[in-house]
Design a protein around this ligand. Structure first.
Ligand SMILES: [Ca+2]
Ligand SMILES: [Ca+2]
Length: 286
């Protein structure tokens, strides 16, 4: 259920293979071989909101206009503090071929609004892509988990990042569109997913949306057992225990605690010894 396009697998393998040798910058690469490379993007500017999983990005079009096949590198750098899903794209490029690679662009919470840029180089080609960073969003729904830093014991990347579980999208039908978290340690429990608040917050309710789509119903693929934990005075406390869940949404209410972080400690899936899957995690005062 985590199929990836063949091209993506190809690119990833290429990066892994190349990662085993010393990196070769465009200035020292064999220019006679690297001539004819082309760089383009599908957009003239990228707009980024400083929030987890803002889903901003662009498509890099990396081509070979020459008459011979090349094995080429494109290097990507972004102005601090922006981050890119890839800093290197390495690929075999047949003559006349253009590789299309999605690149996501993220700005951490608190990034100053304004103009930034991404530099892309390959062979003798260089391209600058402007980035416009907007204001950091603030929540209006009372959901304390929205827009705050999120982390996990592991992430099944690139399709199931931890930030997908706090992106505001509860719809399991979007599961394969980076709107849910899936751990990367199949068969091993527990896993955990955590949100960290900017300042201590009173928390009395945690809503967990586990995978529950037509194709993957919660009773067969969703989380079954987990603990809801709150970090109070520097220590983790279990504030609720959920056992035998078979629903897409489980709301846990408890006596409010003043917490600096909340995490879900996953213990079992309805699928058995496979994965932990959370589509959305929300925390409220009551
Ligand atoms: Ca989500
Ligand atoms: Ca695991």
């Amino acid at each position: 259920m985590k199929s990836q396009g063949g091209w993506r697998t190809f690119v990833v393998l290429g990066a892994v293979v190349l990662g085993a040798v010393a990196p070769v910058g465009p200035a020292t690469a064999d220019r006679s071989v690297q001539r004819g490379l082309t760089l383009a993007t599908d957009t003239a500017q990228v707009a980024v909101t400083p929030a987890p999983c803002s889903k901003a990005g662009f498509e890099l079009r990396f081509g070979n206009s020459g008459k011979t096949a090349v094995y080429a590198d494109a290097f990507l750098t972004a102005g601090t503090p922006l981050t890119l899903s890839r800093k290197l794209v390495s690929s075999y490029l047949p003559p006349g071929y253009t590789l299309k690679v999605p690149i996501s662009v993220n700005a951490p919470r608190g990034t100053a609004p304004g103009s930034y840029s991404i530099e892309i180089t390959a062979g003798d080609q260089k391209l600058t892509l402007p980035v416009q960073v907007g204001e950091s969003p603030t929540g209006t729904t009372g959901n304390l988990a929205r827009y705050v830093p999120v982390s996990a014991s592991s992430e099944h990347l690139p399709v199931y990042p931890a930030c997908g579980a706090v992106d505001g999208d509860r719809d399991s039908e979007h599961w394969a569109k980076t709107t849910g978290w899936n751990d990367a340690t199949r068969g091993n429990f527990p896993d955990w997913l955590q949100v960290t608040f900017d300042q201590p917050q009173s928390v009395g309710r945690v809503d967990l949306y586990t995978l529950d789509s037509k194709q993957y119903p919660a009773a067969a693929y969703g989380l079954k057992d987990w603990d809801v934990q709150a970090k109070v005075g520097g220590s983790w406390q279990t504030v609720a225990e959920v056992r035998g869940n078979a629903a897409g949404l489980k709301s846990s209410t408890f006596t409010p605690v003043t917490a600096t972080a909340v995490r879900i400690l996953t213990l079992a899936s309805n699928e058995g010894l496979t994965y932990s899957r959370i589509v959305e995690l929300e925390a409220y005062g009551t």
